[in-house]
Write a protein that binds this ligand. Structure first.
Ligand SMILES: N[C@@H](CCC(=O)N[C@@H](CS)C(=O)NCC(=O)O)C(=O)O
Length: 221
């Protein structure tokens, strides 16, 4: 895993919730492809290696696999499976696109983010400095600006709209899954939690319903 990868946080939350005995192994962010070469040509994190030495990849299939294998599929069986499937897709298309704009959407936030990442992640001596100072103009200037422009909303507004859409779908219940979280809760929680090591997380804190749900999720892990 990478500490700052939203997809890894999705899987990590579920592993913590189920209290599975799993080692979290950090990879070097500049050498992901090399470090996960054992998992075939996937070339990305997260990768989950089980007791038998078999590896599993891709965060949403991993959520389903871990629930099915170590939890009798209890989370997948909560409520209407079509609704759960649609919202897993919603999370992977909408929430996943909101993380880059909030972390890198302005030049100041992009610099804060790459400096913070260079401190949290495993890097070599030179790569750490290179990433912190050369990474932010790329993330801000090329990737984030394009996304923010395309969406048209300020990154904070985008997050608030998504959290409103998501909490509206709880139908007055504590979680998307009802009285307890399901796979969709862990998916959205992972995207939101991946912002939590960064100062930009403050921008989400005035979404009352979203934060109340986030804190309930934290209590389940
Ligand atoms: N669809 C995948 C996306 C995984 C992904 O893009 N991971 C990034 C880190 S946040 C990665 O490993 N990128 C390496 C690369 O593309 O070279 C998932 O949900 O797990």
């Amino acid at each position: 895993m990478l500490h700052t990868c939203p997809f890894c946080w999705k899987v990590r939350g579920l592993i913590e919730h189920l209290k599975l005995d799993v080692d979290f192994v950090s990879v070097n962010g500049m050498k992901i492809k090399k470090e996960v070469r054992f998992a075939g040509d996937w070339g990305k994190v997260p990768v989950f290696t089980d007791k038998k030495g078999e590896y599993h990849v891709d965060s949403t299939p991993l959520l389903k696999h871990i629930d099915a294998t170590y939890n009798d599929g209890k989370l997948a069986n909560i409520g209407d499976s079509k609704r759960q499937e649609e919202w897993l897709e919603w999370s992977d298309t909408k929430m996943s696109k909101a993380t880059i704009p909030i972390l890198y959407g302005s030049i100041g936030s992009a610099l804060q983010t790459t400096v913070r990442i260079s401190k949290i992640e495993k890097f070599g001596f030179f790569a750490k400095r290179l990433y912190a100072w050369a990474g932010f103009p790329i993330m801000w200037g090329i990737i984030a600006r394009k996304r923010v422009k395309k969406d048209g909303r300020k990154p904070k507004q985008l997050w608030h709209d998504l959290l409103t859409e998501f909490t509206d779908a709880h139908g007055g219940k504590e979680f998307f899954g009802g009285g307890s979280p399901d796979l969709v809760d862990f998916s959205v929680f992972g995207y939101m939690r991946s912002i939590s090591p960064f100062p930009q997380f403050e921008l989400l804190k005035d979404h009352n319903l979203g934060m109340a749900w986030y804190q309930r999720m934290e209590k389940t892990i």
